[in-house]
Ligand binder design. Structure first.
Ligand SMILES: *Cc1c(COP(=O)(O)O)cnc(C)c1O
Length: 399
């Protein structure tokens, strides 16, 4: 590179990644092929619109790459193109979620998602997010004692509040979500069911976690977490679902979402990113990825069990996914999540501080840390490595 300053920073970041262990549950390590596609000359191309309907000329190859990406996305999750549509242009998870809201829920209407403290994402209606400012957000949480979803309670809130859309799928919830129960809850109050599978999409793709597609109307996901692709997002929608427009026309969710992404929220799609998503989707459809997804969960279970044996309270008592929430404060060593994550970073273990259910501290200095095994499993970690890692973490936090 001619730019030595940036070149140096890239090299330093590469070295940092190499010598640290990342247990950040939302991170992963992409393949060289994904990086190659991301760094390709597709970045030079403006492609406003959708395949076959673009505003600028020169789209012979961008159209092909976007169609291939869509085809691979549907195939990976076992969806028929007659029943499901996928938009691959959203720049990341948050704009993808915002697009769904804009498409399907009139401004000021009610949406219902899990609160941030209990594991929901900012875009599930938190007050600092556009989703909590533009829409009237009702929040649900986990049961304070069991720390898992209480479907009866969620149903009660839904029936009382009658939200237009319910969001299931979270950022810091380690357990299997019962999508069938969410369908019943949505039907009981006439709501759209949106599943945000950002965290566990790779586990669904690998057949290691239940698929939400049988029950959801819309499914959003990031591509860069367990799915191990570039930073990007996908929005799946059922083609048979429609809404009546002001003029009385029936418009499909799929068309409404496409319009909300472009021109509603974005201009030109990032075609280099879309080509890299296509690469990642192909990788995720290979048999090796099924093994990977299973190993991710095995590793997380061992890490959670070992930490628990060493006296750490694991939120909800364990994990069914790649993700573990550890209470470091109330029932831990009396250290905040901020302090715990700082201490671990000094020793080369990168984690994030996280709020926990029944949080008594602030989001900037909460009571827990979140751990995830997607990245280290990509690097080949197995159960025995998790046993060692638990001991190391314990040693650092109890010092
Ligand atoms: C990560 C995440 C997002 C947002 O993704 P960004 O790409 O960071 O905007 C949305 N929803 C959930 C559940 C997530 O975990």
């Amino acid at each position: 590179m001619k730019d030595k300053q940036i070149e140096k920073l890239i090299k330093q970041e590469e070295a940092r990644q190499k010598k640290t262990i990342s247990l950040i549950a939302s991170e992963n390590y992409v393949s060289d092929d994904v990086l190659k596609a991301l760094g390709s000359k597709f970045t030079n191309k403006y492609s406003e619109g959708y395949p076959g309907h673009r505003y600028y000329k020169g789209q012979t190859f961008t159209d092909k790459v976007e169609l291939l990406c869509q085809e691979r996305a549907l195939k990976l999750f076992g969806l028929s193109p007659e029943k499901w549509h996928v938009n691959v242009q959203a720049l990341s998870g948050s704009p993808a979620n915002l697009a769904v809201y804009l498409a399907l829920v009139p401004k000021g209407e009610k949406v219902m998602g899990m609160s941030l403290n209990h594991g929901g994402h900012l875009t599930h209606g938190h007050k600092v997010s556009a989703t909590g400012k533009i829409w009237n957000a009702v929040q649900y949480g986990v049961n304070p004692e069991t720390e898992v979803l209480d479907y009866e309670e969620i149903k009660k809130i839904a029936i009382a509040e009658k939200p237009k859309m319910i969001i299931a799928g979270y950022t810091a919830y380690p357990r299997i979500v019962d999508f069938k129960k969410f369908r019943e809850i949505a039907d009981a109050c006439g709501a759209i069911l949106m599943v945000d599978m950002s965290h566990f999409a790779g586990l669904v793709a690998g057949g290691a976690y239940p698929s939400p597609f049988e029950y959801a109307d819309v499914v959003t996901t990031t591509v860069h977490k367990t799915l191990r692709g570039p930073r990007s997002a996908l929005i799946f929608s059922r083609r048979d679902k429609t809404q009546t427009s002001a003029k009385g026309n029936e418009i499909s969710f799929s068309d409404l979402i496409d319009k909300a992404v472009f021109p509603g929220l974005q201009g030109g799609p990032h075609m280099n990113q879309i080509s890299a998503v296509a690469v990642a989707l192909k990788e995720a459809s290979a048999p090796a990825f099924k093994k990977y997804a299973k190993q991710v969960i095995k590793n997380a279970k061992v890490l959670a069990e070992e930490l628990n044996k060493l006296g750490w309270k694991i939120i909800s008592g364990g994990t069914d996914t790649h993700l573990i929430l550890v209470d470091t404060f109330m029932n831990g060593a009396g250290i905040s999540g901020d302090e715990a994550s700082n201490r671990l970073e000094k020793e080369g273990i990168i984690v994030n501080k996280n709020t926990i259910p029944n949080e008594t501290r602030s989001p900037m200095d909460p009571s827990g840390i979140r751990l995830g095994t997607a990245g280290e499993t990509t690097r080949g970690a197995k159960e025995k490595d998790m046993v060692k890692l638990a001991k190391r973490i314990n040693g650092i936090l109890r010092k």
